[in-house]
Design a protein around this ligand. Structure first.
Ligand code: ZN
Ligand code: CU
Length: 486
């Protein structure tokens, strides 16, 4: 990259001696990277920039990759109240997509949140009646990572509907459409549903299409936690494809899984169905690399055949980290009744089959998203471990896919599907979101019993050219902000 006089641009940081895995899926190559301001200004052969740049980072023996994009998060409030974002930056994540599963902090006036909005925080968190106000708050907090936002259907419904248990009336739909449009103008990248949750379940396809169709003009994306990830998984996939097709929008199937023992092995059915749909319309999906899920614990979602670990309970905090089955036996009641007595509460649900998860993870179009819950005292280990687990455990140790493909699933593919311009790839002109890691030692250390543990093997993380994480700790410099669509 040279200017009109053929001169090289100013170089602030040179990352030298490393092996580049550029995020596109292309084969790795030895090269040096020059950063000027918040962009990559040049990539050249080893030694090409020696003597240039104010700062040198030695990447000898290391992989240099685009910063990871966590496409499925509930970090809406975390980026404001814990801007260090240690759980994410310590894994090499430089961008989080918030507002998944139909729940987002905006646009909703101050409100006592009900489950599942409680996953994002308590009343004080819900103070942004417009996406513009939320975006401003993100920029003011200057979190360690960048933030791109989806608008949640449950949030819109709670703000507009007289009865959340019903389908929206024409005037309620109009109000939601108006608010979604405002959010999109303020830079939101798309819209999400969580049709499985009771705040969203009464919405039919017409209601979802009535909102999702607003995305097509602006190039937004529709992400969905589908109505049924258990026995009705195929019907939910068909509903998803038809909804997106009617709305003429690209769709992301969130945290794809075949949940419940009776459905183990059914990724052999779902992936071919997804593949077939992909021939006709834009469909992608994400997954987290664990066989347990985690969300709010409600009596109606307790399946006695699934082991459930309680992560927190407002009424019985002493029951955290214990199995619901044991609590129910001790109390002499059903697991559903125990869940009711623990409420409000959260749980980890061991409901997936390892072979399904591996099959979904290995599928080419699958992206990586943590679905981590940042406000749990005992969070599912996916919050701290997702990305190093894919790179260390599933790529290196288990050989499910090559390193180039693993990195692509968490960078270039993610940026493309969510419309994040100039991110997810290492090339001249792209944002200098960069992670430098040791492919031989990178690994997650967070476990179900001890979940708050930074990963091993991450050397440096740069966000927009700012070295934000280095040698196992924060550098004290935060450089993230709100990413507007386009
Ligand atoms: Zn979800
Ligand atoms: Cu989620």
């Amino acid at each position: 990259m040279t200017d009109e006089n053929g001169a090289l641009p100013a170089m602030d940081i040179i990352i030298a001696g490393g092996t580049l895995v550029d995020g596109t899926g292309a084969k790795r190559l030895k090269a040096d990277l020059a950063i000027g301001g918040n962009r990559i200004v040049s990539i050249g052969p080893a030694g090409a920039f020696s003597g240039k740049g104010v700062k040198q980072i030695d990447a000898t023996g290391r992989i240099v990759a685009p910063g990871f994009i966590d496409v499925h998060t509930h970090d809406d409030n975390a980026v404001l109240i814990s801007p260090d974002m240690t759980a994410k930056i310590s894994q090499g994540v430089t961008t989080v997509i918030v507002g998944n599963c139909g729940i987002s902090l905006s646009p909703i006036a101050p409100h006592d949140p009900v489950a599942p909005l409680t996953l994002l925080g308590e009343r004080a968190a819900f103070r942004f009646s417009t996406m513009g106000a939320y975006a401003q708050a993100v920029d003011a907090a200057r979190p360690c990572v960048n933030v791109a936002a989806l608008v949640g259907h449950s949030t819109l419904r709670i703000g507009a509907l007289a009865d959340i248990g019903k389908k929206a009336s024409a005037s309620e739909l109009d109000l939601m459409r108006e608010r979604l449009s405002e959010c999109l103008s303020a830079g939101a990248i798309g819209f999400s549903t969580g049709l499985w949750y009771k705040t969203n379940a009464a919405a039919d396809m017409d209601e979802v299409v009535g909102l999702a169709e607003l995305l097509s003009d602006v190039g937004g994306v529709y992400a969905t936690h589908m109505r049924d990830e258990h026995d009705g998984i195929l019907d939910s996939l068909y509903e998803t494809f038809e909804t997106a097709n009617r709305a003429q929008v690209p769709v992301v199937i969130s945290h794809h899984k075949c949940a419940g023992r009776a459905n183990w092995g059914r990724s052999r059915e779902t992936l071919p169905v997804i593949e077939k749909a992909r021939a006709k319309q834009a469909v992608s999906l994400d997954v987290y690399p664990y066989i347990a899920g985690s969300t709010v614990l409600e009596p109606e979602t307790v399946d006695p055949d699934t082991r459930i670990m309680v992560t927190w309970s407002k009424t019985h905090p002493e029951m955290a980290l214990r199995d619901l089955g044991d609590i129910a036996r001790e109390w002499g009641c059903s697991q559903a009744d125990a869940a009711g007595r623990l409420r409000p509460a959260g749980g980890i649900f061991f409901q997936m089959d390892e072979a399904d998860m591996r099959r979904i993870l290995s599928y080419g179009p699958t992206m990586i998203g943590s679905d981590g819950l940042p406000h749990d005292i005992n969070p599912h280990p996916r919050l701290w471990g997702t990305f190093p687990r894919v790179l260390g455990h599933f790529c290196r140790d288990e050989g499910l896919f090559g390193l180039e493909e693993a990195v692509h699933k968490m960078t270039g593919l993610s940026a493309k599907n969510f419309g994040l311009t100039d991110r997810g790839v290492l090339r001249e002109g792209a944002f200098a979101d960069v992670v430098i890691f040791d492919a031989d030692t990178i690994i997650d250390t967070a476990t179900y019993e001890n979940p708050v543990q930074p990963a091993a093997g991450i050397d440096h993380v740069l966000v927009g050219g700012t070295v934000s994480w280095s040698a196992g700790g924060h550098t004290g410099h935060r450089a993230g902000g709100f990413i507007r669509r386009g």
